[in-house]
Write a protein that binds this ligand. Sequence first.
Ligand code: HEC
Ligand code: HEC
Length: 242
Amino acid sequence: MKRVAICLLLGGLIVWGGGIGAVGSTESMGSLKLGAQLYDNWLKMTGKTVEGNHPAYPAEAKKSGSSTWRCKECHGWDYIGKDGRYASGSHYTGIKGLYDVRTRSGQDLQQAIAATGTLHDFTEYLTLEEIVSLVRFINEGLIDISVALNADGTARGDAEAGKQLYAANCADCHGADGNAIDFKGDKDGVQGVGYLAVDNPQESLHKIRWGHPGSDMPSLIADVGLDDAAAINILSYSQTLP
Ligand code: HEC
Ligand code: HEC
């Protein structure tokens, strides 16, 4: 009996213990990627619909509708909410980020997302598996944005090394110049990898590390098996593209 209990306990620890640095199983990498993409846009990932603004979205903030329900809209692409990119501008909400809670227990974080009876209760929209994936992403998938970016938004990687990585991992889809896919068809000119890397390096880094929801773009970490340093090098090179 006792032995079974210990095995279960250890099993539980292993499930929560596999960081990016550890040898992650395919299954745990899949869950991490799912969590990261749900953080990006869980509405697109689940096909669920919502009405009006998220109840916790401040009335005085500038966005409206389904975008106000995305985790990134309140907590930021850089995971530091009001202390980062969203400190001002049209995405300002005054809401804190999640980077400082990444070391909290999985159970604790799960409770914050499935906070029944509060404004922050996502249980109506997300399955337990999805919530657990989000928790995994918060525990294991966040990056210290100051390691990746300088205060002016320039990436702190090696663009020369990034050039090779870009050619091997991105150019087939985005073209050698980064402009084979136009991200914002409604604007003049092509807004490709180079444009977004400069305009929104925080978002670009999240997409490079985790892929783009609803597309076949791979996650550099979960699918390709490369690390954050490689992602930052690619971002540095991307910032040199037209
Ligand atoms: C409309 C804005 C909004 C959205 C969307 C949102 N949150 Fe939050 N979240 C908040 C606010 C406000 C808090 C409370 C922050 C505080 O304690 O000051 C919070 C707190 C949290 C906490 C606990 C943090 C802490 O410091 O205790 C976690 C974890 C969290 N959110 C995860 C998520 C995830 C995952 C999603 C997407 C499924 C999400 N949030 C979507 C506004 C939002
Ligand atoms: C298999 C094809 C494929 C590969 C490989 C790929 N992407 Fe993508 N990428 C896409 C598609 C498709 C989209 C979605 C474009 C859209 O719908 O706007 C996308 C989206 C993006 C976005 C976000 C655009 C937005 O609107 O938010 C960025 C940034 C990006 N890719 C950069 C990269 C980089 C850098 C690499 C290499 C590490 C890469 N991609 C590899 C296909 C790919």
